[in-house]
Design a protein around this ligand. Structure first.
Ligand SMILES: Cc1ncc(COP(=O)(O)O)c(C=O)c1O
Length: 392
């Protein structure tokens, strides 16, 4: 990597960290669409496979574009090393599968992304890896869930879709005291707003599909953190094949160049939307980390630079009113993604979480009238007008 000297500001590193220039002296990093890389001779080949040399061998192991992307995320998160995956779920699955053995136990926040929850409840038990859950407002109960087999403390903050905030400092202290690996899904905050390693996380995972791409184009994931752990994750992944494609890495690395400016505007817009909704008489409550009314506002202020782009709110009424609201939306998109330039509105109780019982939904803060808005980069007045119209 080049251009690293004296450039320690987030924005500068995001732009100036680049793979070495080729003989063509290109300004912007080229795309290396090459499945494999050639060796000088037999000795070079032997030494490369023996890992005596750090170099690209095969793009399932590494590729210049994925290395550039990973290097930038490491700098942003203050991590020693990392590995890039095809999706956020590939990152979560491969990270845990690489580090856990049969008989190991996970303690996880109950509010985790749906597929992560499915991994913990449906697939890991097949390999005798079990999980116990704590509610976001029950951090004090975590210690009572830890057993001699517990290896990992897992959480995301802010959570999807209810935008709850967990105290990362507190999680870091508990993990340290009990010698657990603290793994944080930092997808909603991005490395620009929150750096869990500062609070004691051993590994940080991102779905790069969301705000890191930011334009709804490609899927990607990344895990960064402690170099020894990453080595195990790398070896597992280079043999099982969940790697990020060079093309997607190239897109995502370019996206990181604008992450700071995009996030500044996303957060500014989201706060305005949250304030507007809070003043609306058809809204019961609004959840946004940087609203004073958020139950974990003080914690959010302590660990995040700004509140992110997701606002959750509860429409008065319930499921039917939620559905009517969604049907009345004109400009915003009805889509399962988030973290796009386009504002996206979803109603979890009638869609993503409709198969859960009401009791199970409530245990992860999803009430019948809950609406999740991923606030985009359109003019905020247009976003607010669309929500105003739909609230009728
Ligand atoms: C918090 C969180 N983690 C992980 C994922 C999974 O990411 P991907 O869709 O890139 O596999 C998502 C996707 O929505 C998410 O919101």
């Amino acid at each position: 990597m080049s251009n690293k000297d004296n450039q320690d500001h987030f924005e500068t590193q995001a732009i100036r960290t680049q793979i070495e220039r080729t003989q063509f002296l290109e300004h912007s990093s080229p795309l290396y669409l090459s499945s494999s890389f050639v060796f000088e001779d037999a000795e070079d080949m032997r030494a490369s496979f023996a890992e005596e040399k750090q170099r690209n061998i095969y793009s399932r192991f590494s590729n210049p574009n994925t290395s550039e992307f990973v290097e930038k995320i490491c700098q942003m998160e203050g991590a020693e090393d990392g590995y890039a995956f095809a999706t956020g779920m590939a990152a979560i699955y491969s990270t845990l599968a690489a580090l856990l053995n049969s008989g190991d136990h996970i303690v996880s926040a109950r509010s985790v992304f749906g597929s992560t929850h499915t991994l913990f409840t449906k697939y890991f038990p097949k390999w005798n890896i079990t999980t116990s859950y704590f509610d976001v407002d029950e951090v004090d109960k975590i210690e009572s869930l830890i057993t001699k087999d517990t290896k990992v403390l897992f959480a995301e903050s802010p959570t999807n879709p209810a935008v709850d905030v967990l105290d990362l400092d507190r999680l870091g202290q508990i993990a340290k005291k009990h010698n657990l690996l603290l793994i944080i899904d930092n997808c909603f905050a991005t490395p620009y707003l929150q750096n869990p390693i500062k609070f004691g996380a051993d590994l940080v995972i991102h779905s790069a599909t969301k705000l890191i791409d930011g334009q709804g184009r490609v899927l990607g994931g990344v895990t960064v953190g402690n170099a020894e752990l990453i080595k195990d994750i790398y070896l597992f992944s280079r043999n099982t094949g969940p790697s990020l494609s060079a093309f997607n890495a190239w897109i995502l690395s370019k996206s990181l160049e604008t992450l700071a400016v995009r996030l500044d505007r996303h957060c500014e817009n989201a706060l305005k939307v949250a304030e507007y909704l809070e003043s609306h008489d058809k809204v019961n409550w609004v959840r946004y980390p940087f609203l004073k009314s958020h139950p974990q506002y003080e914690i959010a202020k302590k660990q995040m630079k700004a509140g992110g782009n997701v606002v959750a709110f509860e429409i008065k009424g319930g499921i039917e009113q939620g559905r009517q609201f969604i049907d009345a939306i004109k400009m915003c998109s009805l889509s399962a993604n988030l973290g796009d330039t386009r504002t996206i509105v979803t109603h979890p109780a009638s869609t993503t979480h409709s198969k859960l019982t009401e009791k199970d939904r409530l245990s992860v803060s999803i009430t019948d009238g809950l609406v999740r808005v991923s606030v985009g980069l359109e003019h905020v007045e247009d976003v607010i007008n669309d929500l105003k119209h739909a609230l009728g």
